[in-house]
Design a binder for this molecule. Structure first.
Ligand code: UDP
Ligand code: MG
Length: 354
């Protein structure tokens, strides 16, 4: 059936931190996989404060392909913040997020688009196998997913990647969530709507090295668990009660032994062990409380999730854009407006009143 509707726009959002060696090849693969399709595309790169030639390579790609747009953050804000910046500036009817190192192969994107066309709002991906992955990384990932799914109030599939397609309405809801410590693999299942999973094999990194050190991965894992579960807090309370009750029982026993039994001289070693053990337990409990309290503090401060140094090929967030978007799509407006600063919002209010 002939139709004169313009083709749907799909945004490809790529977070890149020191990925200059991968970007040209990624762009070529994206073109090879996507150019034959009947969609319009924008390639939105987010340079996450790279110290290498990433920005220069992006400028070069932009010269050659006007669909390339990019945002450069003022410093390294982390993968989740960089993806959020991309999601907030993507204009597509659907948005696909993927890594810059080709571990999320562009040739899988047509399958994501197919599932979207079948009516799914979110098409997630699962790494069924990662070639050349270090054993300790695999172990860390397995332990993390076990702990997360045991503790959290939502379920994340083991092997889930930040490689997914989201429809416009799910992106709008996602960017309205202003959590400072973002764990997108948890937030996206939380959104609901119709979601599905597609499996893929992750090839080795095309060039460069992984940006996720053990400590960075651990921080992300803690963000994920604390954002979706009070379980550690509840467990330490139960633990405290268990120790308190055990010490009461021991006290009763000691009184009984004093009056009815033989009197033993208390051993220094057992005393010292007890003091150290319970001292350690108290520090663990304080540490768990601290993990939550620190995050509450960060959230209360509610600093922006990222700062943009330069944006090429797109308008940055501001009252003007908000008004244009609001005029273009009245349903999206309330959600989009929340994404702007207080100043931006009051500008919009004034403009509306005028
Ligand atoms: N990344 C980023 N900011 C960071 C760390 C990573 O934007 O602070 C990007 C990185 O450039 C890559 C993606 O996030 O495109 C995934 O990182 P990486 O491939 O190093 O992680 P791994 O695949 O080893 O888990
Ligand atoms: Mg990678």
């Amino acid at each position: 059936m002939p139709t004169d509707r313009p083709p749907l726009l799909v945004s490809i959002v790529i977070a890149a931190y020191n990925e200059s060696a991968c970007l040209a090849e990624l762009h070529a693969e994206l073109r090879a996989a996507l150019d034959p399709l009947a969609f319009e595309f924008e390639f939105l790169f987010v340079d996450d404060g790279s110290e290498d030639q990433t920005l220069a390579v992006l400028a070069d790609l932009r010269e050659r392909d006007a669909r390339v747009r990019y945002i450069s953050l003022s410093r390294n804000f982390g993968h989740q913040a960089a993806l959020t910046a991309g999601l907030e500036h993507a204009r597509g009817d659907a948005v696909v997020t993927l890594d810059a190192d080709m571990q999320h192969p562009p040739r899988v994107i047509p399958r994501l688009l197919e599932a979207w066309q079948e009516g799914y709002d979110v098409v997630n991906t699962l790494r069924v196998r990662t070639e050349e992955i270090a054993a300790h990384t695999r172990l860390f990932s397995t332990v993390f997913y076990r702990v997360f799914n045991w503790a959290a109030n939502i379920q994340v599939q083991p092997g889930a990647a930040d490689f997914r397609l989201m429809s416009r309405r799910t992106v709008d809801v996602l960017i309205s969530l202003r959590e400072v410590h973002r764990f997108l693999r948890g937030l996206v299942p939380w959104l609901g709507f119709r979601q599905t999973y597609i499996e893929f094999v992750a090839p080795p990194r095309f060039a460069g090295s992984s940006k996720f050190t053990f400590w960075r991965s651990l921080r992300l894992a803690l963000d994920g668990i604390t954002a979706f579960s009070f379980y550690p807090l509840r467990r330490v309370t139960i633990f405290g009660w268990a120790i308190a009750l055990a010490s009461c029982a021991y006290g009763l026993y000691a009184v009984g032994a004093h009056f009815f039994g033989h009197r033993n001289v208390a051993g220094w070693t057992s005393l010292l062990l007890c003091i150290l053990f319970f001292g350690g337990c108290q520090l663990i409990v304080a540490g768990v409380l601290g993990e939550y309290l620190g995050r509450v503090l960060e959230q209360v401060k509610s600093r922006p999730l990222y700062v943009i140094r330069e944006a090429v090929g797109l308008k940055t967030a501001g009252a003007r854009d908000a008004l244009e978007l609001a005029a273009a799509d009245r349903h999206a407006a309330p959600v989009i407006l929340q994404a702007f600063s207080e100043k931006g919002r009051s500008d919009v209010d004034h403009a509306r009143a005028a």
